[in-house]
Design a protein around this ligand. Structure first.
Ligand SMILES: Nc1nc2c(ncn2[C@@H]2O[C@H](COP(=O)(O)OP(=O)(O)OP(=O)(O)O)[C@@H](O)[C@H]2O)c(=O)[nH]1
Length: 396
């Protein structure tokens, strides 16, 4: 063997040894990481694993069974998700949708009336009974007499044999009393550069806060940007209750955290915020303590004066509880002497057989019923529709 051949063999042998060593080293480096495993009995459930109580979140860097995870970065706790907003029901046709509530509570009124009117011959006693039925439904004396007179005339000419005709006759005459010609718009005309202002008044207990909450939803469903002003600072929980209603539909509430704060100042702040935030409508809640008329006049008068430094009030809605009957009428009178009431919201019509109160209130105040409350649900407030209302009374 020549020297050069020997040298070549030695070089090849060295290269081969080095190559084997490099491959072995690389192969070792590529060895997969030991995966996180937790040895667990077959009947172990994750929730009963040591270190975490059922429903408890494992600590960052800790596995559900309590062992420490060293190879995963600690997980940042997720930011709490913003609560999903309610989507209020569409406003169109709400009264028709809720009419079963009215029909149920006024069933006896319409059944009794139709039975009396459908007799072959209607004598004086029957006419008196008809009048009594109307009075019991809180229609009011004057409208009840008007209706009886109108029906007498028509029965004389058209007869009372055909029940369908009698029903149609009663529907027409009731509709006249409810008066479909009144302007019942509850959405104020928009203004350039400032929001419309709705002030809501009414005695505590009539469902005022609930109504403002429901009305905020109605306005949101009508695509309006709304802001609430909690100027009922008399009852501590009222502002909280109002803000909760607003939160559900993304409507902000301006309020004071001081009990008994000046209502006019809260109302002023609300209107200022409404202007700054360029909302469409600011709705102001007020307290309605009726301890005396002078006190009420002072408070509501001051709110009005202070608010109007910023923007004129477009609408004053008076909330009345339909179940209080004549008492509600007395309240309505006091408020209408103190502020310029432009519309009535009649609550709890689902719980009374006195649907006639709609007519009585409109007559006494000369102000239209614009919205009615027909239940405790968030969307149980409906724009008042005379035809749907009369149809509901006569249904069933
Ligand atoms: N059945 C029925 N209940 C209603 C209606 N509107 C309101 N209510 C209920 O009436 C009760 C009183 O409502 P609130 O809004 O707290 O009344 P309020 O006392 O006038 O509110 P404040 O003025 O803040 O004191 C609540 O249980 C409401 O759910 C309605 O149209 N129908």
């Amino acid at each position: 063997m020549t020297d050069s051949l020997l040298l070549t063999i030695i070089i090849v042998a060295v290269i081969a040894v080095v190559a084997i060593a490099v491959i072995a080293f690389v192969a070792k480096g590529r060895k997969p990481k030991t995966p996180y495993t937790s040895e667990r009995d077959a009947d172990d459930s994750p929730s009963s694993a040591a270190g975490t109580e059922p429903g408890e979140t494992p600590a960052a860097g800790q596995s559900p069974d309590g062992s420490v995870l060293t190879e995963e970065p600690p997980v940042e706790p997720a930011a709490p998700a913003a609560p999903a907003l309610d989507v209020p029901e569409p406003v169109q046709g709400r009264l028709a949708r809720l009419r079963a509530r009215l029909t149920k509570s006024n069933n006896m009124f319409s059944k009794g009336l139709l039975a009396l009117l459908s007799q072959d011959s209607i004598d004086e006693d029957v006419w008196e009974e008809i009048e009594e039925t109307l009075l019991l439904a809180d229609l009011g004396t004057e409208p009840a007499l008007e209706l009886v007179d109108a029906l007498r005339e028509r029965v004389k000419i058209e007869g009372s044999r055909d029940p369908l005709k009698v029903k149609a006759m009663l529907r027409e005459e009731l509709l006249k009393l409810v008066d479909p010609t009144l302007d019942r718009s509850y959405l104020p005309e928009p203004h350039l550069g400032r929001p419309s202002i709705i002030m809501v008044v009414g005695v505590n207990g009539v469902g005022k806060t609930t109504t403002i909450g429901k009305l905020a939803r109605v306005l949101v469903a009508e695509d309006k940007d709304v802001l609430l002003g909690a100027a009922d600072t008399f009852r501590a929980a009222a502002a909280e209750q109002l803000a909760t209603w607003g939160d559900r539909v993304g409507v902000p509430t301006v309020r004071s955290h001081i009990d008994g704060a000046d209502p006019a100042s809260v109302a002023f702040e609300a209107v200022s915020a409404g202007i700054d935030q360029e909302v469409d409508i600011v709705m102001i809640d007020t307290a309605g303590r009726l301890q005396n008329k002078v006190g009420l006049m002072d408070e509501l008068g001051k709110i009005k004066r202070v608010v109007e430094k910023k923007a004129a009030i477009d609408e004053v809605l008076l909330v009345l509880d339909a179940t209080t009957g004549q008492n509600g009428l007395a309240q309505a009178k006091v408020f209408s002497e103190v502020v310029n009431v432009s519309g009535i919201v009649l609550t709890k019509l689902d719980g009374t057989a006195k649907g006639g109160i709609v007519v009585a209130i409109q007559r006494q105040l000369g102000v239209p019923v614009k919205l009615v409350g027909l239940g405790e649900g968030p969307d149980d407030l409906a724009p008042f529709d005379p035809e749907a209302f009369v149809d509901a009374l006569l249904e069933g």
